[in-house]
Design a protein around this ligand. Structure first.
Ligand code: A3D
Length: 317
């Protein structure tokens, strides 16, 4: 059976880590594309020269031409500017929508059967634009944000409770912005509600709520926290890990349930927009959107987040 092929559009900070992770996990052969000459070639050569040490058998090719992405099963897009301190993700919309349009045209022309995972910001708007320009079915064009936002939420809970990150289950819904919706009520440690564990830890309901509120706030601002520390760009290890989990679920038909920026057709009361919701990702891309009950407060937060996405998408038109 032929190896799978993964194209990475954008060979910057996230693109480089994506290439390395895809190779380490032997997801398939990797093509790294960038407009900067030498950058993707240099990164691919560097990663490939580690293959005898790490023991992976995949080919890595850096390129500046779209012809090389032909036959890709999955394309992950990170092309575009990252934010700097003081910038919101939304400030990137003008420059990144021009980049996304050219990238989507390249994917449409050269990898017409691929599944596309967008990471470029502002995420929800860039996924919308990518689907529009490629014209691919909605189940084949998705965005990565929720896996990362949820991972941050899970990490904060694990650190607070002193438990393994592996035993924490938690999820965020909505757009990839400050209005995202971390689901407190459904956060658990192996099924035990996190709020109950906090109440027992502090023996004080008000204190437990305060600690949870602080973790929710930190989750919402977690991208900005990294930007403020790095000063020159935004997070890149964790977004790459998150997108690789999504790509792996599709390429290996794992059917994992991952928070995904997916096109909604009435689910969660949203019609005709890309928003973060739990999806089953498998060989068919988005195979299912898992709906469940939101209480009035959660629905109100979701509505607010969706309103922010709609505002952003309106700028594209
Ligand atoms: P960076 O290291 O600047 O890499 C971006 C790369 O895109 C650079 O190498 C550019 O040369 C390249 N590029 C620019 N224009 C084009 C083009 N037309 N075609 C192909 N490549 C091009 O940024 P990064 O890797 O740190 O971040 C990439 C994007 O991901 C940014 O928009 C970030 O805001 C975004 N991001 C998203 C998340 C999410 O969780 C959604 C997290 C972190 C960053």
């Amino acid at each position: 059976m032929a190896r799978k092929k993964i194209a990475l559009i954008g060979g910057g900070q996230i693109g480089g880590v994506l290439a390395q992770l895809a190779a380490l996990r032997e997801l398939g052969d990797v093509v790294l594309f960038d407009i900067v000459e030498g950058l993707p070639q240099g990164k691919c050569l560097d990663i490939a020269e580690a293959s005898p040490v790490d023991g992976f058998d995949v080919c890595l090719k850096g390129t500046n031409t779209y012809e090389d992405i032909a036959g890709s099963d999955v394309v992950i897009v990170t092309a575009g500017l990252p934010r700097k301190p003081g910038m919101s993700r939304d400030d990137l919309i003008d420059v990144n929508s021009k980049i996304m349009t050219s990238v989507a045209e390249g994917i449409k022309a050269h990898a017409p059967n691929s599944f596309v995972i967008v990471i470029s910001n502002p995420l929800d708007a860039m996924v919308t634009l990518c689907q529009k320009v490629t014209g691919f079915p909605h189940n084949r064009v998705i965005g990565q944000a929720g896996v990362l936002d949820s991972a941050r939420f899970k990490a904060f809970i694990a650190w607070e409770l002193g438990v393994s990150v592996k035993d924490v289950n938690a999820m965020t819904l909505g757009g990839h912005g400050d209005d995202m919706v971390p689901l407190v009520r459904y956060a658990s440690v192996n099924g035990i509600p996190v709020l109950e564990l906090l109440e027992r830890k502090y023996n004080d309901k008000a204190k437990a709520k305060e600690v949870m509120d602080a973790m929710v706030k930190r989750t919402r601002g977690a991208g900005g926290e990294v930007v403020a520390l790095l000063k020159t760009g935004s997070a890149f290890y964790s977004p790459a890990s998150s997108a690789i989990a999504m790509a792996e679920s599709i390429l290996r038909d794992q059917k994992r349930v991952l928070p995904t920026c997916a096109y909604l057709n009435g689910e969660f009361g949203v019609k005709g927009f890309y928003v973060g919701v739990p999806c089953v990702l498998g060989a068919g891309g988005v195979e299912q959107i898992l709906q469940f009950e939101l209480d009035a407060e959660e629905q109100a937060m979701m509505d607010k987040s969706v309103a922010a996405v709609k505002e952003l998408v309106a700028i594209l038109k």
